[in-house]
Write a protein that binds this ligand. Structure first.
Ligand SMILES: C[S@@+](CC[C@H](N)C(=O)[O-])C[C@H]1O[C@@H](n2cnc3c(N)ncnc32)[C@H](O)[C@@H]1O
Length: 267
C-alpha cells in the first residue's frame, strides 16, 4: 500500500492485511458486531466473501449497523454470543474484534464460536492488549480505557480493562484450532483504510487529543448516575488527571493481536 504515514507503515498492519487478504471468507459470522467496524474491515481485506451475519446483545449498536449496511449482504441479529441460535458447523468464518474484554463468560462464547464454525473454517479474533512495552501515548489510551471500563461496570455493563497480551494468547491457545497464527501490530489493520490516518498517526495531534478529551468529558457527565459519592469523587479526579495526561503525552491506539486459526477438518 502506497503513501502511508511512517508509524503506520512500520506497524505490522500490512503483514496482517496480507494474511487476511489470502482468506476466502464465504459465509462470515461476526460476533459482538457493535456498529459494524470489523465487518467493514473484513469487507476491505478478505480475498472474497459471500455474505455476513453480525450478532450483538445490544439493540442500540445493531441499529447503527443496520443503517450502515443497508442494501449490502449483511444480516444483523440481536443475540447473546453465549448461546448462538445457529446450527453446528454453519459458517465458513467466525470473527470477533475488540470484544473479549466485554464478555461475561469468555469460555462459553469461545465454545459457541467453535461450534458454529464449519470443520476447516477460519476463526479470527482481534483484541487490543498491553504488555511492558507501551509508549506513554499508548499508556494514556490504556489508562483512559480502564477508567471508562470502571464507569461502565459501575453502571451495570460488563467492561474490563485492556487485557495483558499473555491472557489473550492463553485464550487462543486453549481453543481447538489448527494452524494458529498470531499477528501483532502497533496499529490495527483498519488504520490502513482510515481517512484520518495521517492525523491519527501523530499521538500529539491536537484534533486527536481534543477528541479524546471530549470522550473524557462525556464520561464525566455519566458519573452523576453513580450513587456512591466517594467513588464518584475518585473517578472525577482520575478523569481530570487523564485530561492532563492527554495534553502532556498524547493518546495512541494500544497494540493489537490478531489471531487466525482453522477448526480441525472432520475425519
Ligand atoms: C467494543 S464493542 C465491539 C465492537 C466491534 N466488534 C468493532 O469491531 O467495532 C463490544 C460489543 O460487545 C457486545 N457484547 C458484549 N457481550 C456480548 C454478548 N454476550 N453477546 C453478544 N454481544 C456482546 C456489546 O454489546 C458491544 O457492542
Amino acid at each position: 500500500m502506497e503513501n502511508l504515514p511512517e508509524r503506520l507503515a512500520a506497524s505490522g498492519a500490512i503483514e496482517t492485511r496480507i494474511k487476511l487478504g489470502s482468506i476466502s471468507g464465504g459465509k462470515v459470522l461476526d460476533i459482538a458486531v457493535g456498529s459494524g467496524d470489523f465487518i467493514d474491515t473484513l469487507m476491505s481485506v478478505l480475498k472474497d466473501y459471500d455474505c455476513f451475519v453480525g450478532i450483538d446483545i445490544s439493540r442500540k449498536d445493531l441499529e447503527s449497523a443496520k443503517k450502515r449496511f443497508r442494501g449490502q449482504p449483511v444480516k444483523l441479529m440481536e443475540m447473546n454470543a453465549e448461546s448462538l441460535e445457529f446450527r453446528d458447523n454453519s459458517f465458513d468464518t467466525v470473527s470477533m474484534a475488540y470484544s473479549l474484554h466485554h464478555l461475561d463468560r469468555i469460555e462459553k462464547v469461545m465454545a459457541e464460536m467453535q461450534r458454529v464454525l464449519k470443520p476447516g473454517g477460519t476463526l479470527i479474533i482481534q483484541e487490543e492488549f498491553y504488555d511492558d512495552e507501551q509508549a506513554e501515548a499508548q499508556k494514556t489510551n490504556i489508562l483512559q480505557h480502564a477508567w471508562e471500563a470502571q464507569i461502565d461496570s459501575l453502571l451495570g455493563e460488563t467492561h474490563n480493562k485492556t487485557f495483558v497480551k499473555q491472557r489473550i494468547v492463553k485464550i487462543i491457545r486453549s481453543l481447538d484450532l489448527v494452524g494458529v497464527e498470531m499477528f501483532e501490530s502497533t496499529h490495527p489493520v483498519e488504520c490502513l483504510f482510515c481517512e484520518n490516518k495521517f492525523r491519527c498517526d501523530n499521538p500529539k495531534s491536537e484534533e486527536e487529543i481534543e477528541r479524546s478529551i471530549r470522550e473524557i468529558n462525556d464520561n464525566l457527565k455519566r458519573l452523576k448516575k453513580i450513587d456512591d459519592l466517594k467513588i464518584r469523587i475518585r473517578l472525577q479526579r482520575t478523569g481530570e488527571v487523564l485530561r492532563e495526561r492527554n495534553r502532556k503525552y498524547g493518546n495512541a491506539h494500544p497494540p493489537v493481536l490478531l489471531a487466525i486459526g482453522r477448526k480441525p477438518p472432520q475425519l
